[in-house]
Unconditional design. Structure first.
Length: 637
């Protein structure tokens, strides 16, 4: 009897020991994983979780490093500085991490222009995507989450991915081209930790302490710590949206009568030129409108896979060809690029039908965008007359959305704080569009954020590079005030006043009709120039002309520029300048290059007091240096 009891106890003890050993497995953060890029020439943090007091051993490059977890199960080992190289293997207790590179690691953050993936840039970079196969460029994309209660220490997922034609499609275009440039010039692996979210204002990326000077933002953050408020807000908004679209669908004659059908009799439909707005003809309304376009194809064209480009549409569309749905987009910004499978198009008559629903502002096919059907490399232009008919009108706008994920501190807590143990060279920042409503506070917010991030990474001189806002919206013929210009000035002043920061000026590559300009390679390349100059101490020209000071001489103002940035490209007629009279009025001005200075004047202004350059939403200035880098917009005030 005693023996039986002893064996039972022994079996229970062994089972408990085995259970303990199984559950004692070391747990690693998502960043510390297969394929990671570790920062060269810095002491390296390797950290994770384990049982309380459990011994942890890291084996890397033929050396062993040991520690023990604390009472809460947290542990961290600091490896000595390492030179670039790889791929290597690391073991941590029973875990083995493979394919590790040592090189340069950069954080890329901001809003949609940083987030914009390579798949959205296909028209410009199809060959880049097709031929992408580079083990030296790796991305870790941070899951898009928010948390208003406290800074997280762990991410909710994510993995390191090397570049190939499939993975590159999801990589940030700006960060990819930056990484490619740096990798080629430094001849090392480059890892990008990509943490961005479309539409996000800067205060969402700042912690609670950084926002102490802004009580309205802190109050907003505290408000959304209430889970019940979040749930009820999201539930109510979803119900209102469902009701609005339900009413629209129920009353839409086009849905009920299937206006997408190939053989529909549309002889009584009205016509309009595409691109353009139906509201110019029908008056302003919210609801749905249908468009139809007949095209004739030859036998050789029919049946083949095809590409349809419908530019951009405000707001949502569902597109059909010959009654077959070929694609849809639910909001205004993404381009309408639809791949048409073989067999949809036929010889002779074909019909493209588009149902558009719009719940706010002016519905339209956006101007100056491409509209075509491409078969075997040949394009059929669709900028022409289309038939249209109103499907339904709704007597109220579509309900708005709170966008809780953009509220202060939420993205910092969930998408930045979990990264701060991971060693990086510096940060890339492409953001600002969502702060143009209150531009004058932006410089202070950005300076505060940079200081805080540097503190969190324990590197007071950590390089930080800012992408200045591009030109956008309709151009103006006369000088006007501009929130976009003011925010650009704030970005510029931060780059001039805060050490180890740089500014990538892109005032020459925007698109007036698209807040997401496609030329992301130039953005990445100009960020890389800043990195070469500041982070890697290379003797390169990284800035266009940078304004420094002014002097009034009679009715003229003489402008001086930062030494080394004043090697102006010869331009017969400078554009983009305005001059201010003593009465406070701004007028367009003439500017002329005289050696390393600019002379600015207007014959009608006798007592000038200030000059502005490219001070507009979408300016047309052409001041550059001889390397082709544009001058940043500026004001002498």
């Amino acid at each position: 009897m005693k023996n039986k009891l002893f064996f039972k106890i022994l079996i229970l003890f062994i089972g408990a020991l085995c259970f303990s050993l199984i559950n004692a497995k070391v747990k690693l953060p998502a960043l510390v994983s297969d394929g990671m890029v570790l920062q060269r020439n810095q002491k390296l943090n390797i950290w994770g979780k384990a049982n309380a007091n459990e011994k942890v051993e890291v084996k890397f490059l033929n050396k062993n490093y040991k520690t023990s977890a604390d009472q809460k199960g947290n542990w961290k080992i600091v490896l000595p500085e390492q030179k670039a190289g790889g791929p290597y293997t690391m073991t941590i207790n029973e875990l083995t991490l493979k394919d590790i590179m040592i090189g340069e690691v950069w954080l890329a953050s901001g809003q949609s222009n940083m987030e914009l993936p390579m798949r959205r840039l296909t028209p410009l970079y199809a060959n880049e995507i097709k031929n992408a196969n580079n083990q030296n460029i790796r991305f870790f994309t941070v899951p898009q989450k928010y948390n208003f209660k406290s800074p997280q220490t762990e991410l909710d997922g994510g993995k390191w991915e090397a570049t190939n034609p499939q993975t590159i499609l999801n990589f940030s275009g700006v960060a990819y081209f930056f990484a490619k440039d740096v990798s080629e010039k430094e001849k090392v692996a480059v890892g990008i930790i990509h943490s961005s979210l479309g539409g996000s204002p800067i205060q969402a990326w700042m912690d609670e302490n950084s926002l102490k000077k802004y009580p309205e933002y802190l109050d907003e953050a505290k408000k959304w710590q209430n889970d019940d408020l979040i749930k009820s807000t999201e539930s109510n908004e979803q119900a209102l949206s469902k009701a609005w679209y339900g009413e629209l669908d129920q009353s839409d004659l086009g849905l009920n009568q299937h206006w997408e059908k190939f053989d529909l009799n549309d002889s009584d439909w009205k016509t309009m030129q595409i691109p353009g707005s139906w509201e110019d003809k029908e008056g302003s309304f919210d609801g749905s409108v249908w468009f139809r376009k007949e095209i004739i194809l030859t036998k050789n064209q029919a049946g083949k896979p095809t590409f349809l480009n419908l530019g951009r549409i405000k707001d949502a569309d569902v597109t059909y060809i010959n009654g077959t749905k070929v694609g849809n987009v639910t909001y205004e910004y993404p381009p309408r690029w639809y791949d048409i499978p073989a067999g949809v198009l036929k010889e002779g008559k074909n019909v493209i039908a588009v149902r558009i629903s719009n719940g706010s502002e002016k519905g339209q096919f956006i101007a100056d965008k491409p509209y075509y059907l491409e078969i075997d490399g040949q394009k059929i232009d669709l900028k022409s007359e289309w038939k249209y008919k109103i499907g339904a009108k709704v007597d109220r706008m579509a309900p708005g959305q709170t966008f809780i994920r953009w509220k202060p501190t939420g993205l910092y807590n969930a998408m930045i704080n979990p990264l701060i143990n991971y060693n990086i060279t510096g940060a890339l920042w492409y953001q600002g569009e969502s702060n143009t409503g209150k531009p004058k506070e932006y410089g202070d917010l950005l300076t505060t954020m940079i200081t805080d991030w540097r503190s969190k990474w324990n590197n007071k001189e950590m390089p930080f590079f800012i992408v200045q806002l591009a030109n956008f919206m309709e151009s103006k013929s006369q000088p006007v005030e501009s929130n976009w210009a003011e925010l650009r000035e704030q970005q510029s002043q931060v780059s001039l006043k805060v050490p180890n920061t740089g500014l990538a000026v892109i005032i020459d590559i925007g698109e007036w009709n698209d807040i997401h300009p496609l030329n992301k390679k130039t953005v990445g390349d100009r960020l890389a120039l800043q990195a070469m100059k500041i982070a890697y101490d290379k003797n390169v020209i990284s800035d266009g002309p940078v304004y420094q000071s002014m002097k009034i001489e009679g009715n003229k103002i003489i402008l001086s520029f930062k030494n080394g940035s004043d090697d102006f490209a010869p331009i017969s007629k400078l554009k983009g300048f305005a001059i201010k009279n003593s009465d406070g009025k701004w007028v367009l001005a003439t500017a002329k290059i005289e050696g390393k200075k600019l002379v600015v004047w207007n014959d009608s202004v006798k007592n000038p007091v200030a000059v502005r350059y490219d001070w507009a939403d979408n300016p047309d200035g052409n001041l550059k240096n001889k390397t082709g880098l544009p001058a940043s917009p500026f004001t002498t005030e």
